[in-house]
Design a protein around this ligand. Structure first.
Ligand code: GLU
Length: 292
């Protein structure tokens, strides 16, 4: 059997500039791809338009470039995949796996698991409703390249989950599966805060008959106050004036040897030659934001 080509990706939501936590994730997926001779793509997750901030995309590209994280091929945007999402939804619908749900957030308030309220109502008018997929009562298991074995039975955790929102926008779970498949991504290395989304994505891949990528969830680094260093937090953007120092700190957090080399290119070349996925810590460490 032919070995699958290594294709990695970094898929930021353009809801703000790149923060230190996202730089760590980008660097990890970049080094993992490059050290395996793979391609590395940047995809802009711009589907959730209410969260998209004008100018954020450009700032993200500038930060990646300043840190030497050069990507392959053209930038792909989720907004160019609308037809693909639609045909995937039709595919699930043909299999009888979708149902319309009108439960408001308020009605479901505080519940992690969907209680199945609309599952058997057989609504024919799907307009202005969210669409949920019926989940099977079976475990989904994967061997995460950083975190190890993870198993989840969706009927016990989240229940039937949303694949298309009330506003007609495909859910993150739906979009990411289609996007990654379209780009033939073989290795998904991303923040560990997304680990418990993976079983839902495996379920969709199974239902849509898509091949399975390898997953690797790297720790999400937090401010010493416990605030996640991501675009959602109030933490400031990474300072593009100090790319070498930023890369050195990121490498340290990823459990990698920290080269003394000064230029960005030298640092990355050395980091790539010495990259050891097995050294990436499983759990996040708290870092003092002021020091990065
Ligand atoms: N766009 C998501 C984010 O910025 C990441 C999606 C993914 O890596 O699966 O958090």
């Amino acid at each position: 059997m032919l070995k699958k080509r290594y294709v990695g990706r970094f898929a930021p939501t353009p809801s703000g500039p790149l923060h230190f936590g996202s730089l760590v994730t980008a660097l990890a997926s970049y080094l993992d791809a490059r050290s395996h001779g793979g391609d590395w793509h940047v995809r802009i997750d711009d589907l959730d338009s209410p969260r998209v901030v004008n100018g954020a995309e450009k700032r993200i590209f500038t930060s990646l470039e300043k840190h030497g994280l050069e990507w392959d091929g053209p930038i792909v945007r989720q907004s160019s995949h609308r037809d693909l999402y639609q045909s995937a939804l039709e595919n699930l619908d043909k299999q009888g796996l979708l149902f319309a749900c009108d439960c408001s957030r308020r009605k479901l308030a505080g519940r992690i698991k969907y209680p199945g309220t609309c599952r058997d109502l057989n609504r024919s008018n799907l307009a202005h409703s969210a669409l949920r997929v019926r989940v099977p009562d079976q475990p989904y298991e994967f061997n995460d390249l950083v975190q190890g074995i993870y198993t989840e039975n969706l009927t016990c955790t989240v229940g039937d989950f949303v694949v298309s929102r009330r506003d007609g926008i495909p859910s993150y779970q739906m979009a990411v599966v289609i996007d990654d498949d379209e780009q033939e991504v073989s290795h998904i290395m991303r923040g560990a805060d997304l680990m418990d989304n993976t079983a839902r994505q495996l379920c969709l891949r199974e239902k849509l008959n898509l091949s399975l990528p390898r997953y690797a969830h790297v720790p999400v680094f937090t401010h010493s106050s416990g605030v996640k260093l991501s675009k959602h937090s109030e933490a400031t953007a990474i300072d593009d004036r100090f790319p070498s120092q930023n890369l050195q700190t990121a490498l340290q957090l990823l459990g990698q040897p920290v080269p003394a080399e000064k230029t960005v290119d030298e640092l990355l070349a050395s980091a790539c030659a010495n990259w050891e996925r097995a050294m990436v810590p499983k759990t996040p460490s708290i870092i003092d934001f002021v020091s990065v």
